[in-house]
Design a protein around this ligand. Sequence first.
Ligand code: PEP
Length: 253
Amino acid sequence: MTEKYLIANWKMQLDKEQAIQQASLLAKLLSEEKISKDLRVVLCPDFIALSEVADIIKGSKIALGAQDGFYEEAGAFTSQVSMRQIKEAACQFVILGHSERRKLGESDEIINKKIKAALEQGLVPIVCVGETFDERKEGQQDLVIMHQIYEALKNIKPKPDQKIIIAYEPVWVIGTGQAIGIADAFYAASLIQQSLLDSLPDHDKKYCGVIYGGSVNSSNINDFVDLPNIQGALVGNASLDAQEFFTIIKKIK
Ligand code: PEP
């Protein structure tokens, strides 16, 4: 993948007014700044704020993503939002398999179905994988990551030019303010690239990317995106403030 991605995961952190304010400020800051032509900036607000944020960023350098989506296209599925509806809401991206969803019981099988549905709608799935603290303590991290990727991409057949992004997010550093070491990130990204090759042997690797997520901020962003096998970052806390997220964006050359 030649592009770089900075993806803001706003989770359930902002109310609608705050989401509007932060999206407006970021769009304004970016309109006055020349950013790398290969950089894609993506905001993933909650479902309630999607349409307002979509209006604000229309015509700007920012793309829209959802934080999840359901695998059925339509029907009696109370509370679910389908990939088609997400697409209709002007999203191009969808985060899937985030550890905060896995913690609530989302299985590999469900994540696999969601990836399939997202690709059918032409959305770019951002598939989160990563080990918990206990799994790392037991030395299981490689197995966990490989397993999550193999299960997520089982029988997935993307169209030749469809993009798939894998976000490596060690669960134990998310939201802690302390990112993982650079060598560990590099190692995990290599493992993920190999697992991608194994899972999607016929898919052109220029359409597959690995990004890092977990306590990224403007001080450590370059530690990760300057690695040759990491194409960007998924940013939680540090993306909630447009000024800080803008500072991160400016660090990408
Ligand atoms: C996340 O949960 O996707 C994330 C990256 O969060 P944070 O940046 O706050 O660790």
